[in-house]
Design a protein around this ligand. Structure first.
Ligand code: ZN
Length: 125
C-alpha cells in the first residue's frame, strides 16, 4: 500500500512527499515534527516530518503555517514532557516496590522479581 508523508520547511512554507506508512504518527507520535535526511529545495535546511494525515497549508496562508509550526512544537514538548514524567514515575514505583520486597522474608521468586526491577531501573537511570 502506497502511503506518502509530508515533510515541510516552515521558513519557506514548502512541502515534499516521501513514502511512509499509514499509521506512523499514530504508532510513533514522536515522528511528528522529527527531522530526517530530507532537505528543503529552497533553503537547504532540514525539513520536518508531519506525517501522512496533517494537512499542509497553502503557501500563501502564512498564519496557518505559523500555527502549524507552533502546534507541532507544542505537541513535541508535551509529548516528551509526558514521557519523561511517566519514566520518573516508573522509576519511583520500582524503587518503592524493591524496598517493599526487601523487607519481606527471603523467597527465591521474590529475589528474582527484585533483580528484574533492578535491571529495569538500570535501563532508566
Ligand atoms: Zn526552506
Amino acid at each position: 500500500m502506497a502511503c506518502k508523508g509530508n515533510w515541510v520547511c516552515f521558513d519557506c512554507r514548502v512541502s515534499t512527499r516521501r513514502h511512509t506508512w499509514k499509521g506512523i504518527t499514530y504508532y510513533c507520535p514522536d515522528t511528528i515534527g522529527m527531522e530526517g535526511d530530507v532537505k528543503c529545495q529552497h533553503c537547504g535546511s532540514v525539513m520536518k516530518f508531519i506525517g501522512p494525515t496533517i494537512r499542509v497549508p497553502a503557501k500563501r496562508k502564512i498564519k496557518e503555517w505559523q500555527q502549524l509550526r507552533e502546534e507541532i512544537l507544542a505537541f513535541r514538548q508535551d509529548y516528551f514532557r509526558e514521557r519523561r514524567a511517566l519514566m520518573v514515575e516508573a522509576v519511583h514505583e520500582a524503587k518503592k516496590n524493591i524496598e517493599k520486597l526487601k523487607r519481606r522474608p527471603f523467597n527465591k521468586e521474590r529475589e528474582k522479581l527484585i533483580r528484574e526491577y533492578e535491571r529495569n531501573l538500570a535501563k532508566y537511570t
